[in-house]
Design a protein. Structure first.
Length: 451
């Protein structure tokens, strides 16, 4: 790959990229300001803005979005009459979760076993660095042949929709011929992959009430309706015997026709314990990319330590439902709510609150931008052909951009391959993937301009 001048330039820039990623990872930019100081996110936003200014971007601004966070915008004008490409990443990150589970500090970029560890290293501060590397490589080899807009979101992980609403209020700002969302990942390290579908999500909070207050389980247990038991039963109704998601009125038999996911590889990637079976039916790709999936994210009930012998009067849970392309997230939310209400036993009082949703996404993989990306990836990954995969997660901005700019071509690439363990302790990025994807993005911009 180094025989290509762009690739050689990116290779020479990797030490600088590591230093910059370390600076960016050091910001504890979790957009939950009850847990982390707002100043950490503001510091990360200013770092990105300064980096864009240093690369010659114009109109660099910190956009105050409706959810109280900031997104960073800048525009690098290309040759007159050139196409416009929007590059997306986000600088906010998930909380580190159990810091004791981290081998090295979560907000200190650390090299270990050939990977760089730190919260946001792959998701998605590494995406910010990828965009910068691609642009620097082009500037050093004849210039950037398109107009480039960059948008770095400040609350993607929170799902609060600030950037989506801001874009809707300022539809001209992010208009582009093509959009590269740098928040996905290769199917595995070394296999160039574009993500063509995303599942959407609906999120609900369900509360079950049965008594005016807790009761002594010895005196009343056996006849007094237990709210926690009722909640457990209604949550269990969301799964068939094999673990498949079962929401009344929601079909779940679609099949994935693209790249398949070997079951043993999935077990290894997901770190499934020996002897524990996978859930659901169909291929792994069917289950994670083409079918709905329910997950109980949390339950409010007494902890084991300190629990008393009581019949519980109230219990509640947070439930997410991922929905594949072809299913409207709003309609799926209504079905989930109706299911929970109708399946709650013993006449218990149930309240279901729908607290968030994002629509699924499907890209047009036959568009000229995908052809340009395939050519670029063939150079960045010699001997490998670009693959098409789905992703079980949601990026609501994709649908917002698709609605605002129906003619725009949207591609999803990124650094979040399975070994990256995003959202978990010990998140990491492969520096080789960062290097190759930066080359691919640079060559894509050149190919797309020529097309």
């Amino acid at each position: 790959m180094s025989s290509n001048p762009v690739a050689a330039t990116v290779a020479s820039l990797m030490p600088r990229a590591k230093e910059e990623l370390a600076e960016l990872v050091a910001f504890k930019s979790v957009a939950d300001f009850e847990q982390f100081p707002r100043g950490e996110s503001e510091g990360a936003a200013n770092w990105v803005a300064d980096a864009l200014r240093a690369e010659g971007f114009q109109d660099v601004a910190l956009l105050d979005t409706p959810d109280g966070t900031q997104s960073v915008y800048g525009c690098l004008p290309g040759p007159e009459g050139s196409r416009t490409v929007l590059l997306y990443a986000h600088y906010d990150v998930q909380p580190p979760l159990d810091e004791a589970a981290w081998v090295t500090p979560p907000f200190e970029l650390t090299e270990r076993d050939g990977r760089w560890y730190g919260r946001g290293a792959a998701d998605c501060k590494g995406g910010v660095i990828m965009h910068l590397l691609a642009l620097r490589a082009l500037k050093a080899n004849g210039g950037v042949p398109v107009t480039v807009k960059v948008i770095a979101e400040g609350s993607e992980e929170q799902g609060t929709g600030g950037l989506e609403r801001y874009a809707e209020q300022h539809p001209e700002l992010l208009a582009a011929d093509a959009v590269v969302i740098g928040d996905s990942g290769n199917f595995r390290v070394g296999l160039p992959t574009v993500t063509t579908t995303l599942r959407g999500m609906t999120l609900v909070r369900v509360q079950v009430d049965t008594l005016e207050g807790n009761l002594h389980s010895g005196q009343f247990g056996g006849a007094a309706p237990d709210a926690l038991a009722a909640l457990v039963r209604v949550l269990d109704s969301l799964r068939a015997e094999d673990g498949s998601t079962t929401v009344d009125g929601l079909t779940g038999d679609a099949e994935w026709e693209g790249l398949q996911y070997d079951e043993e590889q999935f077990r290894a990637d997901a770190k499934v314990l020996d002897g524990v079976g996978l859930i659901g039916s169909g291929t792994v790709a069917d289950r994670i990319w083409a079918r709905p999936a329910v997950t109980v994210l949390g339950i409010d009930c007494p902890p084991v330590v300190g629990a008393t012998p009581s019949v519980q009067a109230s219990a509640r849970a947070l439930v997410s439902l991922r929905v594949p392309p072809g299913v409207d997230a709003g309609e799926a939310g209504k079905l989930l709510q109706a299911h929970l209400e109708s399946r709650t036993p013993w006449g218990a009082r149930v309240a279901v609150e729908r607290i968030g949703q994002g629509q699924p996404f499907r890209a047009d993989a036959g568009s000229p931008a995908y052809t340009a990306m395939a050519r670029a990836m063939a150079v960045a990954y010699p001997g490998q052909e670009m693959q098409f995969a789905g992703q079980g997660g949601s990026i609501p901005l994709c649908n917002t951009l698709g609605t605002l700019y129906p003619e725009a071509e949207i591609l999803l690439i990124g650094l979040s391959e399975p070994e990256a363990q995003i959202h978990a302790p010990n998140e990491s990025v492969s520096p080789e993937e960062l290097e190759r994807l930066s080359v691919a993005e640079a060559l894509f911009l050149r190919e797309y301009a020529a097309g």
